[in-house]
Write a protein that binds this ligand. Structure first.
Ligand code: FRU
Length: 736
C-alpha cells in the first residue's frame, strides 16, 4: 500500500513538473513586461484629440505599452483627482499637461515622489519635480505673432488681445512674447486685453461684453486670440455686432475640417500658428525613459506660421498626413486581428501540447506500473520456482535413500533367511518397516504443503496399498535368468538403486545397466533391450532427454520406457509423458508395482507381436485397427520387401538381411523379435512357405520346383517345414 502511494505521488509530481514546464513555456512566450502609461490631459478638444490619437499610434509600435487616458475638461480639481487615481492604478509613467501652473503642481509632485517618472507636456508646473519636459516655445510663438501683426497692419493699427486660461503657462508666455514684440512698434495700440480660458464660448462672451460696453471705442483692426478657437469666438461676437470686421489671428493651426489651417485658407482667420502636438514623439520619449535609454530632459518642438500664402500647401500636406494616419490605424486593426488569431492558435497549441504531454505522462505511468507489477510477479514466480526446486531436491534426496531402505527391507522380509527369525526380531523389523512408510508419507505431505499440488494420488495410494498392507511373506529364491528372458535396461546414476533394481528384476529378466542417459542410449541402440527403466535427474544426459532420444531413434523407438523418479509432482509427470515415457513411477516405489508395470508393458508389446506375425508379413496391406507408428511401419515394410525380394535365395542369412538394413545382426534380431514376436529366420521361413502355398495353388510347378524356387535347399526339408507350418503336406494344397 505504502509503495502504491509513493508511486502515485511520483506520478502526480511528474504531471506537476510537466504542467509547470508548459506554464513556463507559455509565459516565456508571452511579451516582456507591459508598461502602463497614464496620460492626464487638462482639456478635451480637437487639439487634445489629435495628440491622443498620435500617442496611440506611437504605442502601436511598442506592443508592451498600455495607455490610460484621462481628460479634466479644464478643471483643476478634476485633473488633480485624475492624476491621483492614475497613480493609484499602478501606472509606470505619467504624461501630464497641467491645466494651471500652481494648482496642479502638488499632484504632479506626489506622483514624482512615489518614484513614477513624469513627463510634463506643453504646459508647465512650478516645481522641478518632473523627469522630462516637451513642448513648443510659447513665448517665442507670442513674439512671432506680435511681429506678424505689426507687419500685417503696416505698423499702424488698434488691436485687442484675448488671453488663454489665466494661470496656464502658455497663456502667460504667449502674452509676454506678444506684448514685448508689440512694444517695439509704437504705431500698434493694444486697445484691450480680455481674459479667455482657451474655449470659444468664453471668448465669444468676453468679446461680446466688451463690444457692448465700448460701442464708441472706434475701429478695431485686428484681434489676437491666443488659440484658434478663441479667435473664432471673438469673430462671432464681432459679426453679431455688425460693421467692418477686423482681422483675426489665432494659434494652433490644426489640420482637418474645423482646424486653423482651413480657417486661414477660408479667410476666416488671417493667420494662425502651428502649435505642435507630436504625440508619437512624446510616446517614444516615455518608452525611452521606461527602458532606461538616454533621453533629453527638455525637448523644444519646432513650429511655423500659417498665413494666406502657405495655408493651401499646409492643408494639402496635413490632409495627406491624416490620410496616412487613417491607413496606419486600419493596418493596425488588421494586425491586431491577426495577432488575436495567432494568440488563440498559440493557446490552442499549448493546450494540445499539454494534453499530449499529459497523455504521454499517463501512458508512461501506466506502462511503468505494469512493468513494475510484472517484475514483482516475475520475482515472486522465480522465488516460488526456487522454493519448489529446493523442496523437490530435498524430497529427491530423501526419497532415494528411502527407496533403498524400504525396498531391500521388504525384499529381506520375504527371503528364506528371515523365516527362522524370532518373533521379537520380526516385530522389530515390522516397526522399521512401518516407520519407513510413515516417513515416506511425511515427505509426500511436505511437498504437498509446499506447492499445494496433490502428489499423484494413484502412486502414493498404490504404494501404501501394496507396501503397507501387504503381509510379510517369503518368496522363493530367484535364479539368474537365461538368454531368452526379456532384457531390461536400467539407467540410473545411483549405483545402489541400480543394484536394488537388479535384485528385483533378476528373477524374470536379463538386466543391463547404464549410469547416465548417454550411456543408456548407446546400450539401447546396440543391444535393443525389451524395456527401459530410467531415472530422471542424472548427470550428462537426464532421463527426459534420454527418453526423447530413445523414442526418436528408429532402432529403439519401440522400446517401452518407465521413468522411475523422485520428482513426484503432477507437472513433472506431465513432463515425463511429454518426453515419450510409457509409464511414470515415483520413488519410493513398490517392487511389485514396478514388476507389474513392466509385465504389463511387455504384454501389450506381445499384442503388437500378434499383429505383426505371419498374417501381416504375408499380407502387408491388411487393414489394422491399431495401426503401427509410421516409423515402425517403415521398418517392417522395409524388412518385408527385402525378404520378398530375396525369397528364392536359399543361402540368404540374417546377417545379409541385417547388412541390407544397415543394422547389426543383434539389432535386427532384437528389433524384429520385439515387434513381431518372431525371429528374422522364422519370418523368412514363414514367408517362403506362404509363397510356396500360393504357388501350389496358383501354378503348375512341381513341389520340388516350388521348394527350390522359394529358397529351400532340399524338397524333403521343405515338406517337413510345410507340414509343421500348415499341418498338411504340400500335395494336399495342390489337390484343393
Ligand atoms: C488645447 C489648447 C490649445 C492651446 C493650448 C494651450 O487644449 O487649448 O488650443 O493652444 O491648449 O495650452
Amino acid at each position: 500500500m505504502a509503495i502504491k502511494l509513493t508511486k502515485m505521488r511520483k506520478h502526480y509530481q511528474f504531471a506537476f513538473i510537466i504542467l509547470t514546464t508548459i506554464g513556463l513555456l507559455a509565459s516565456c512566450s508571452q511579451q516582456e513586461k507591459k508598461y502602463r502609461i497614464g496620460v492626464s490631459q487638462c482639456s478635451d478638444d480637437i487639439w487634445r484629440d489629435k495628440q491622443n490619437s498620435e500617442l496611440q499610434i506611437g504605442a502601436y509600435f511598442h506592443d508592451n505599452v498600455e495607455l490610460r487616458f484621462a481628460a479634466a475638461y479644464d478643471s483643476d480639481e478634476r485633473q488633480i483627482q485624475q492624476i491621483d487615481s492614475l497613480v493609484g492604478t499602478g501606472i509606470d509613467l505619467l504624461i501630464v499637461a497641467p491645466n494651471q501652473v500652481s494648482t496642479i503642481s502638488p499632484a504632479i509632485d506626489r506622483a514624482y515622489d512615489k518614484g513614477i517618472p513624469v513627463i510634463v507636456f506643453e504646459r508647465k508646473t512650478n516645481t522641478k519635480k518632473y523627469t522630462a519636459y516637451m513642448g513648443a516655445d510659447n513665448y517665442e510663438m507670442g513674439h512671432l505673432m506680435g511681429e506678424y501683426v505689426a507687419t500685417r497692419l503696416n505698423e499702424r493699427g488698434r488691436i485687442i488681445e484675448v488671453m488663454g486660461l489665466k494661470g496656464s503657462s502658455p497663456a502667460i508666455e504667449r502674452h509676454n512674447g506678444f506684448r514685448e514684440a508689440i512694444a517695439q512698434h509704437p504705431g500698434i495700440q493694444v486697445v484691450a486685453t480680455l481674459q479667455g480660458d482657451w474655449t470659444e464660448p468664453t471668448a465669444y462672451k468676453t468679446v461680446k461684453q466688451w463690444l457692448d460696453k465700448n460701442k464708441d471705442a472706434g475701429k478695431i483692426d485686428l484681434v489676437f486670440g491666443m488659440n484658434d478657437r478663441t479667435a473664432m469666438g471673438a469673430r462671432k461676437a464681432f459679426e453679431e455686432a455688425g460693421g467692418v470686421l477686423p482681422l483675426f489671428c489665432g494659434i494652433d493651426g490644426l489640420p482637418g475640417e474645423s482646424g486653423g489651417i482651413r480657417l486661414v485658407q477660408d479667410s476666416l482667420l488671417d493667420a494662425s500658428y502651428i502649435y505642435p502636438t507630436h504625440g508619437d514623439q512624446l510616446l517614444q520619449l516615455a518608452v525611452d525613459i521606461l527602458e532606461g535609454k538616454p533621453y533629453e530632459k527638455e525637448t523644444k518642438l519646432m513650429s511655423a506660421l500659417v498665413t494666406q500664402d502657405n495655408a493651401r500647401v499646409l492643408l494639402m500636406e496635413s490632409e495627406e498626413i491624416m490620410r496616412q494616419s487613417r491607413n496606419l490605424e486600419q493596418l493596425h486593426e488588421k494586425a491586431s486581428q491577426y495577432l488575436d488569431q495567432l494568440g488563440n492558435q498559440r493557446t490552442l497549441i499549448f493546450v494540445a501540447l499539454a494534453a499530449i504531454l499529459l497523455l504521454l505522462a499517463l501512458l508512461a505511468g501506466i506502462y511503468m506500473y505494469y512493468l513494475q507489477r510484472a517484475r514483482i510477479q516475475d520475482e515472486r514466480m522465480q522465488m516460488e520456482r526456487e522454493q519448489l526446486d529446493f523442496y523437490t531436491q530435498v524430497s529427491h534426496e530423501l526419497r532415494t535413500p528411502l527407496s533403498l531402505v524400504q525396498g531391500p527391507l521388504d525384499q529381506l522380509l520375504r527371503t528364506n533367511d528371515f523365516r527362522g527369525a524370532s518373533d521379537e526380531a520380526r516385530e522389530l523389523f515390522s516397526i522399521v518397516r512401518r516407520n519407513t512408510h510413515h516417513l515416506t508419507g511425511i515427505v509426500n505431505k511436505m511437498l504437498d504443503a509446499q506447492v499445494g499440488t496433490p502428489i499423484q494420488e494413484m502412486t502414493s495410494a498404490q504404494v501404501d496399498a501394496i507396501t503397507v498392507s501387504q503381509p510379510i511373506a517369503a518368496p522363493a529364491e530367484v535364479p539368474e535368468q537365461d538368454e531368452d528372458a526379456p532384457t531390461v535396461l536400467i539407467v540410473d546414476d545411483n549405483a545402489d538403486i541400480r543394484t536394488y533394481l537388479r535384485s528385483i528384476l533378476r528373477g524374470q529378466y536379463r538386466v543391463l545397466e547404464a549410469e547416465d542417459g548417454k550411456r543408456g542410449l548407446e546400450l539401447a541402440r546396440e543391444l535393443v533391450p525389451d524395456l527401459i527403466v530410467s531415472d530422471v535427474m542424472m548427470p550428462v544426459m537426464n532421463g527426459l532427454e534420454f527418453c526423447q532420444q530413445v523414442k526418436k531413434d528408429g532402432i529403439s523407438s519401440h522400446i517401452p520406457v518407465i521413468l522411475l523418479t523422485a520428482r513426484a509432482l503432477e507437472k513433472h509427470q506431465i513432463e515425463g509423458y511429454e518426453s515419450g515415457a510409457d509409464a511414470y513411477i515415483t520413488k519410493p516405489f513398490s517392487p511389485e508395482l514396478l514388476l507389474a508395470r513392466i509385465d504389463n508393458l511387455l504384454q501389450s508389446r506381445h499384442q503388437l507381436k500378434d499383429l505383426w506375425s505371419m498374417k501381416s508379413a504375408t499380407n502387408a496391406t491388411a487393414p489394422s485397427e491399431t495401426a503401427p507408428a509410421p516409423i515402425e511401419d517403415a521398418f517392417i515394410s522395409r524388412f518385408k520387401s527385402l525378404v520378398e525380394e530375396r525369397l528364392s535365395d536359399s543361402k540368404l542369412s540374417v546377417e545379409d538381411l541385417a547388412g541390407d538394413m544397415g543394422l547389426s545382426r543383434v539389432q535386427l534380431y532384437r528389433k524384429v523379435k520385439a515387434m513381431t514376436g518372431s525371429t528374422p529366420i522364422d519370418l523368412l521361413r514363414k514367408a517362403r512357405l506362404a509363397q510356396a502355398q500360393r504357388l501350389l495353388q496358383e501354378s503348375t510347378l512341381s513341389v520340388s520346383e516350388i521348394a527350390y524356387q522359394v529358397g529351400f535347399a532340399s524338397p524333403s526339408y521343405f515338406t517337413k517345414c510345410y507340414k509343421d507350418e500348415f499341418g498338411t503336406v504340400p500335395g494336399e494344397a495342390r489337390k484343393s
